[in-house]
Design a protein around this ligand. Structure first.
Ligand code: SAH
Length: 391
């Protein structure tokens, strides 16, 4: 494990993705805890989050790399976007990604250069390659590569695939994604598998998970494992409980908790993620998780009208947080426990405020999922005030 106390990065100023590189690692953790507590205090809570799970591996942790391309003075440059701009910084490596991902970054550039495959120029509407997305399964080391092209026609396609495959036997699948829109969204709708079966597999505890190009997957696998362990430990589930896993992605939280509870209802609005979640349940022979593809608020508002007994609701919304209607529906359903997993403390505090009269904070912990950046993951376990504070 590479627990590092200071990181020096030559791209720091231009890139801007790692906002806390000037601090020691311990100081970044204190900074994050202070920020979370400030948000909670401003929202009127006295509660103090005192613990943050540090990352034993705080560099080379990202399992996903998105590479942008540009043609400058007859040469291809490739790397990440300069902060808040559309400029690509030419980089050879990023210390937050694995050695393997950096090796792929460097070699793709030479492959495209030698086969004269040009990056797409948005203004002149010429060229082919827009982005490359690399996903690496942490425990199995399997790699998925998505070549995002502006058009379907791909000169030298088979030669490109042959050369990429030759980089490493860990590269298990290569996909062409066609994105002809004028947008900053990386992936288009249309995909074509060029090699392999379109997904890679990772291990999580004793479960297997398939990872495809578009389905959500947490970017720091080791710390995600720690987060899920904390959920299990702090929420204290039992075999009689029916729980909802809202904003469930590829179903990981619900599938991991399935053996600790009676039933899980998993809700997610991204179709590719739900399809992956159903497949993940199947390959792990888990039968007590039901998957619903719907807007989380729609679903919760509907079941709040019925008399369904729900013991706990786990919610893991994106940075924008949840909705008032979702939180009001929780109050009608009255689960004994609400487990809020948040990647943005300000929307966490805003949402908790809506539940404040009915629920109290029993447990809380931060997890350093995005080391050296100013992002932080927070887990809060709430208990209904009428259930006497039992979790
Ligand atoms: N719990 C998962 C994923 C959390 S990320 C995990 O631990 O891996 C948040 C997820 O919420 C994403 O998969 C996103 O597609 C989904 N999402 C965003 N808005 C949603 C909505 N309105 N209804 C349901 N799911 C939503």
């Amino acid at each position: 494990m590479n627990m590092i106390n200071n990181v020096k990065c030559k791209y720091q100023k231009l890139c801007g993705s790692c906002q806390l590189l000037d601090k020691s690692y311990q100081d970044t953790l204190n900074f994050k805890l202070t920020y979370v507590n400030d948000c909670l205090h401003k929202a009127g809570f006295n509660h103090q989050v005192t613990k943050i799970v540090e990352a034993k591996q705080n560099t080379n942790y990202r399992n996903k790399m998105i590479i942008g391309y540009k043609f400058v003075n007859g040469k291809i440059i490739s790397g990440f976007y300069e902060e808040n701009t559309h400029h690509i910084i030419d980089i050879d490596e990023c210390q937050m990604h694995s050695k393997m991902q950096n090796f792929i970054l460097q070699n793709l550039k030479s492959i495209f250069q030698s086969l004269k495959i040009k990056p797409y120029d948005e203004d002149r509407k010429v060229g082919l390659i827009r982005y490359v997305l690399v996903r690496e399964a942490y425990f199995t080391g399997e790699i998925l590569i998505v070549l995002v092209t502006a058009s379907e026609i791909f000169p030298a396609r088979s030669e490109v695939v042959k050369r990429i495959k030759a980089l490493s036997p860990k590269i298990k699948t290569i996909i062409q994604n066609i994105n002809s829109r004028k947008t900053s969204i990386v992936l288009g709708d249309k995909e074509r598998i060029l090699y392999g079966n379109g997904y890679i597999t990772d291990l999580f505890g004793n479960l297997k998970f398939n990872i495809s190009s578009k389905a959500f997957y947490q970017i720091n696998t080791l710390q995600t494992q720690n987060l899920y362990e904390k959920i299990k430990l702090l929420a204290n589930f039992n075999k009689n409980e029916t729980i909802i896993d809202a904003y469930s992605g590829v179903g990981t939280i619900g599938l991991i908790l399935a053996s600790s509870v009676k039933e899980v209802i998993s809700i997610e609005n991204n179709q590719q993620s739900v399809r992956a979640a159903i497949l993940n349940a199947k390959i792990n022979q888990i039968k007590n998780v039901h998957f619903i593809c719907d807007d989380a608020t729609n679903y919760l508002v509907e079941i709040a009208k019925e008399k369904v007994k729900i013991d706990a609701i786990i919610m893991d919304p994106p940075r924008t947080g949840s909705t008032i209607a979702f939180l009001e529906a929780i109050k009608k359903i009255k689960p004994r426990k609400v487990i809020y997993v948040s990647c943005d403390p300000s929307t966490l505090a805003r949402d908790l405020k809506v539940l404040k009269n009915e629920y109290k904070i029993m447990e809380s912990v931060c997890v350093d999922m995005f080391s050296w950046t100013n992002h932080v993951e927070t887990l809060v376990v709430l208990s209904h005030k009428k259930s006497d504070g039992h979790i």
